[in-house]
Design a protein around this ligand. Structure first.
Ligand SMILES: *Cc1c(COP(=O)(O)O)cnc(C)c1O
Length: 376
């Protein structure tokens, strides 16, 4: 990338991670499908990473404001978001103390709970929105696992305050910013040590792959995480790397459409007689509205809502036609599911009637017509 002026994030994700601008060179990073490389260089085996994945990592590092290292910058791609999280959590030393949110992506809770069951770590659960409680829990801790905003309740924590307090106590902070996307929030700018994304979601954006990515501005930590990936073989395939990079290129336009539609749908849902509550980052009465205004550059393409009865929550999911009844978020196609149906969600206080809607890029009036008939 040879920009002639500092680029805005929407331009960075288009321009970064491309081959050198040379006559006859390809404009896009080629898909390199190989498990091994000819002997005689530092690179021997694809477990260390692939050229295509490196291009994705270079673009992500630029987007996150993590420095570009000599090899693949300070973003490290993984075979899934869970593999990325596991690289952090499963490399904690025995006896580590982890501060974790009371409500967050429930498979991360499963990952931490498993480490507790194995007798390796202890977890202190805190309400992330209670900054004083989070800071109090940091004393003597090893790692704070944070999520901003949370999936599916869209809670927002005071990241600058928590990151500053953690740094003063030598506690490492990791922020899962999947729902914010790299265009909505750059946690490293607010003092976080590591930002994690499930690239499966908005980054890749088409529900056609699993991938995760960690970014850090600490080169030593980046190297540790990269070595962890090599050790466990949690490396993404080249086709996934290619598709994730291709997805990243169009993130800003997909988000713009989806966020606009989400605002409309959130407002109409809130007025619907069968809907008892809506969780949406753009709600002026959101309990963390001022933090949202301070930290997030968009209001997101995710909302969740509760209905008057459990039967209706299930009916909405089964009656939709355009919207797809399936788990996951962040695709161009709108996805809906009753998140409260998961035991792991119930265990962390998600209401049983909570329906999560990931808004895609279909026409907003078609989405509303579909929701309205499903709610009727
Ligand atoms: C989906 C998701 C993950 C897990 O990522 P996978 O790519 O599915 O392994 C982690 N955090 C959040 C917030 C997610 O939505």
């Amino acid at each position: 990338m040879t920009p002639r002026h500092p680029l805005r994030p929407e331009s960075v994700i288009v321009a970064a991670g491309r081959p050198a601008h040379e006559p006859g060179a390809p404009v896009n990073a080629p898909v390199v499908l190989t498990a091994t490389f000819h002997a005689g260089s530092a690179r021997g085996y694809a477990r260390d990473g692939q050229d295509t994945t490196v291009a994705f990592e270079t673009a992500m590092a630029a987007a996150e404001g993590a420095p570009d290292g000599d090899r693949d910058g300070a973003s490290i791609a993984f075979s899934s978001g869970m593999a990325a999280a596991a690289a952090v959590i499963e490399s904690l030393p025995v006896g580590a103390v982890v501060v974790a949110p009371a409500s967050y992506y429930n498979f991360h809770r499963n990952l931490l709970d498993e480490q507790v069951r194995l007798g390796r770590i202890t977890v202190r659960t805190v309400d992330q929105t209670d900054t004083a409680a989070v800071v109090a829990a940091l004393d003597g801790a090893t790692l704070a696992w944070l999520e901003l905003p949370t999936n599916p309740l869209l809670q927002v924590l005071d990241l600058p305050a928590v990151a500053t307090a953690a740094r003063a106590r030598g506690v490492r902070t990791v922020v899962d910013a999947t729902v914010a996307t790299p265009l909505g929030l750059r946690p490293l700018d607010h003092g976080a040590d590591v930002v994690m994304h499930s690239a499966t979601k908005w980054i890749a954006g088409h529900s056609d792959l699993l991938m995760g990515v960690l970014s850090t501005s600490d080169p030593a930590l980046a190297e540790q995480l990269r070595q962890r990936r090599t050790l466990t073989g949690a490396v993404p395939g080249a086709l996934e790397g290619y598709l994730a990079l291709r997805g990243l290129r169009t993130l800003s336009v997909r988000l713009e459409r989806a966020c606009d539609s989400t605002a409309v749908l959130a407002r109409r849902l809130a007025e619907h007689p069968a809907v008892t509550g809506v969780h949406y980052l753009g709600d002026p009465d959101h309990p963390q509205a001022s933090l949202i205004a301070q930290l997030l550059t968009h209001r997101g393409a995710l909302l969740s809502f509760t209905t008057d009865t459990l039967a209706r929550a299930d009916a909405v999911c089964s009656r939709v036609g355009l919207i797809t009844h399936a788990t996951s978020i962040g695709g161009v196609e709108s996805l809906i599911e009753r998140r409260g149906a998961y035991a792991g969600e119930a265990a962390q206080g998600t209401p049983a009637e909570l329906v999560r809607l990931s808004v895609g890029i279909e026409h907003v009036e078609d989405l509303w017509a579909d929701l309205a008939q499903a709610l009727a």
